[in-house]
Design a protein around this ligand. Structure first.
Ligand SMILES: [Cu+2]
Length: 170
Protein backbone atom coordinates (compact mmCIF):
# COMPACT_ATOMS: atom_id res chain seq x y z
CA UNK A 1 0.00 0.00 0.00
CA UNK A 2 2.77 2.47 -0.79
CA UNK A 3 1.49 3.69 -4.11
CA UNK A 4 -0.99 6.32 -2.90
CA UNK A 5 1.60 8.15 -0.80
CA UNK A 6 3.63 9.81 -3.59
CA UNK A 7 0.40 10.90 -5.22
CA UNK A 8 -0.67 12.67 -2.04
CA UNK A 9 2.71 14.35 -1.65
CA UNK A 10 2.56 15.56 -5.23
CA UNK A 11 -0.90 16.97 -4.57
CA UNK A 12 0.35 18.91 -1.58
CA UNK A 13 3.25 20.30 -3.58
CA UNK A 14 0.87 21.60 -6.22
CA UNK A 15 -1.32 23.18 -3.55
CA UNK A 16 1.70 24.91 -2.00
CA UNK A 17 2.75 26.26 -5.39
CA UNK A 18 -0.76 27.53 -5.96
CA UNK A 19 -0.72 29.42 -2.67
CA UNK A 20 2.69 30.90 -3.47
CA UNK A 21 1.34 32.08 -6.80
CA UNK A 22 -1.45 33.96 -5.07
CA UNK A 23 0.84 35.57 -2.51
CA UNK A 24 3.32 36.56 -5.18
CA UNK A 25 1.08 39.39 -6.30
CA UNK A 26 1.96 41.35 -3.17
CA UNK A 27 5.70 40.83 -3.50
CA UNK A 28 8.07 42.40 -6.03
CA UNK A 29 8.66 39.85 -8.75
CA UNK A 30 12.23 41.04 -9.13
CA UNK A 31 13.30 40.14 -5.60
CA UNK A 32 13.04 36.40 -6.18
CA UNK A 33 12.96 33.56 -3.69
CA UNK A 34 12.17 34.02 -0.04
CA UNK A 35 14.16 37.24 0.46
CA UNK A 36 12.30 40.07 2.21
CA UNK A 37 10.56 42.44 -0.16
CA UNK A 38 13.08 44.97 -1.44
CA UNK A 39 10.26 47.44 -2.00
CA UNK A 40 7.10 47.88 0.04
CA UNK A 41 4.26 50.28 -0.68
CA UNK A 42 2.04 51.72 2.04
CA UNK A 43 -0.84 54.17 2.33
CA UNK A 44 -2.00 53.87 -1.25
CA UNK A 45 -5.20 55.64 -2.20
CA UNK A 46 -6.83 57.22 -5.24
CA UNK A 47 -8.70 60.51 -5.10
CA UNK A 48 -11.77 60.43 -7.30
CA UNK A 49 -12.10 63.27 -9.83
CA UNK A 50 -13.66 66.50 -8.61
CA UNK A 51 -16.16 67.55 -11.28
CA UNK A 52 -15.73 69.08 -13.79
CA UNK A 53 -12.23 67.57 -13.86
CA UNK A 54 -11.98 64.06 -15.20
CA UNK A 55 -8.61 63.11 -13.82
CA UNK A 56 -8.03 61.08 -10.70
CA UNK A 57 -4.76 61.01 -8.79
CA UNK A 58 -3.04 58.13 -7.02
CA UNK A 59 -0.85 58.58 -3.96
CA UNK A 60 1.30 56.18 -1.95
CA UNK A 61 4.58 55.86 -0.10
CA UNK A 62 7.34 53.63 -1.44
CA UNK A 63 9.82 52.19 1.03
CA UNK A 64 13.16 50.98 -0.29
CA UNK A 65 14.42 48.25 2.03
CA UNK A 66 17.73 47.83 0.22
CA UNK A 67 21.05 49.65 0.20
CA UNK A 68 20.67 50.51 -3.47
CA UNK A 69 18.65 53.41 -4.80
CA UNK A 70 15.76 52.36 -7.01
CA UNK A 71 13.49 54.20 -9.40
CA UNK A 72 9.74 54.07 -9.87
CA UNK A 73 9.50 53.99 -13.65
CA UNK A 74 5.82 53.54 -14.37
CA UNK A 75 2.40 52.88 -12.89
CA UNK A 76 -0.25 51.01 -14.84
CA UNK A 77 -3.89 50.53 -13.86
CA UNK A 78 -6.93 49.01 -15.48
CA UNK A 79 -8.95 51.93 -14.13
CA UNK A 80 -7.54 54.40 -16.63
CA UNK A 81 -6.21 54.34 -20.14
CA UNK A 82 -3.39 56.71 -19.23
CA UNK A 83 -1.44 56.99 -16.02
CA UNK A 84 1.51 59.33 -15.69
CA UNK A 85 3.92 60.21 -12.94
CA UNK A 86 3.64 63.94 -12.26
CA UNK A 87 5.48 66.38 -10.07
CA UNK A 88 3.60 69.40 -8.72
CA UNK A 89 5.81 72.44 -9.10
CA UNK A 90 4.01 75.41 -7.57
CA UNK A 91 0.64 74.14 -8.79
CA UNK A 92 1.94 73.30 -12.24
CA UNK A 93 2.01 69.65 -13.34
CA UNK A 94 5.35 68.50 -14.66
CA UNK A 95 5.60 64.99 -16.12
CA UNK A 96 8.39 62.75 -14.84
CA UNK A 97 9.24 60.67 -17.92
CA UNK A 98 12.35 59.23 -16.22
CA UNK A 99 10.37 58.21 -13.16
CA UNK A 100 10.95 59.08 -9.52
CA UNK A 101 13.93 58.10 -7.37
CA UNK A 102 13.57 55.97 -4.26
CA UNK A 103 16.69 56.52 -2.14
CA UNK A 104 18.52 53.56 -0.57
CA UNK A 105 16.87 52.74 2.77
CA UNK A 106 14.61 55.70 2.08
CA UNK A 107 11.12 56.57 0.93
CA UNK A 108 9.44 58.15 -2.04
CA UNK A 109 6.29 59.93 -0.88
CA UNK A 110 3.56 60.71 -3.39
CA UNK A 111 1.26 63.19 -1.73
CA UNK A 112 -0.97 66.15 -2.55
CA UNK A 113 1.03 69.16 -3.77
CA UNK A 114 4.04 67.00 -4.62
CA UNK A 115 4.47 63.87 -6.71
CA UNK A 116 1.42 61.88 -7.79
CA UNK A 117 0.20 59.51 -10.45
CA UNK A 118 -2.30 61.19 -12.75
CA UNK A 119 -5.01 58.85 -13.98
CA UNK A 120 -6.52 60.09 -17.24
CA UNK A 121 -9.24 58.75 -19.53
CA UNK A 122 -10.84 56.72 -16.77
CA UNK A 123 -12.55 53.47 -17.70
CA UNK A 124 -15.98 54.15 -16.26
CA UNK A 125 -17.02 56.23 -13.29
CA UNK A 126 -14.78 56.26 -10.24
CA UNK A 127 -16.49 56.56 -6.86
CA UNK A 128 -15.44 56.54 -3.23
CA UNK A 129 -15.59 53.04 -1.78
CA UNK A 130 -14.24 51.37 -4.88
CA UNK A 131 -10.70 50.14 -5.07
CA UNK A 132 -8.19 50.41 -7.87
CA UNK A 133 -5.41 48.02 -8.77
CA UNK A 134 -2.07 49.67 -9.49
CA UNK A 135 0.95 47.91 -10.95
CA UNK A 136 4.15 49.74 -10.11
CA UNK A 137 7.30 49.02 -12.11
CA UNK A 138 10.68 49.64 -10.52
CA UNK A 139 14.08 49.71 -12.21
CA UNK A 140 15.57 47.12 -9.84
CA UNK A 141 12.71 45.62 -7.81
CA UNK A 142 10.53 44.74 -10.79
CA UNK A 143 6.77 45.01 -10.46
CA UNK A 144 4.77 45.52 -7.29
CA UNK A 145 0.99 45.18 -7.23
CA UNK A 146 -0.95 47.55 -4.99
CA UNK A 147 -4.65 47.85 -4.22
CA UNK A 148 -5.68 51.44 -3.54
CA UNK A 149 -9.05 52.45 -2.07
CA UNK A 150 -10.85 55.32 -3.80
CA UNK A 151 -11.72 58.33 -1.63
CA UNK A 152 -14.07 61.22 -2.35
CA UNK A 153 -12.68 64.42 -3.93
CA UNK A 154 -12.88 66.42 -0.68
CA UNK A 155 -12.05 63.64 1.78
CA UNK A 156 -8.95 63.96 3.96
CA UNK A 157 -5.95 62.02 2.70
CA UNK A 158 -5.39 58.84 4.70
CA UNK A 159 -1.61 59.12 4.25
CA UNK A 160 -1.13 62.59 5.77
CA UNK A 161 1.24 61.24 8.41
CA UNK A 162 3.05 58.84 6.08
CA UNK A 163 6.19 60.95 5.82
CA UNK A 164 6.43 61.50 9.55
CA UNK A 165 5.77 57.85 10.26
CA UNK A 166 8.34 56.52 7.81
CA UNK A 167 11.17 54.84 9.64
CA UNK A 168 14.52 53.86 8.14
CA UNK A 169 14.67 50.91 10.53
CA UNK A 170 11.81 49.13 8.76
CU1 LIG B 1 -0.92 65.56 -12.37
Amino acid sequence: MRLPLPAVVAGLAVAALGAAGLVRAAVPSGSGGTAPASITVTGAFVRAPAPPTKEAAAYFTVHNNTGTADRLLAVVTGAARESMLHEDVGGRMVPLPAGARVPAHGTLVLTAGQDHVMLEQLNGTMRAGQSVHLMLTFQHAGTVDVTAPVIAPGAPAPTTSAAAGASPSD
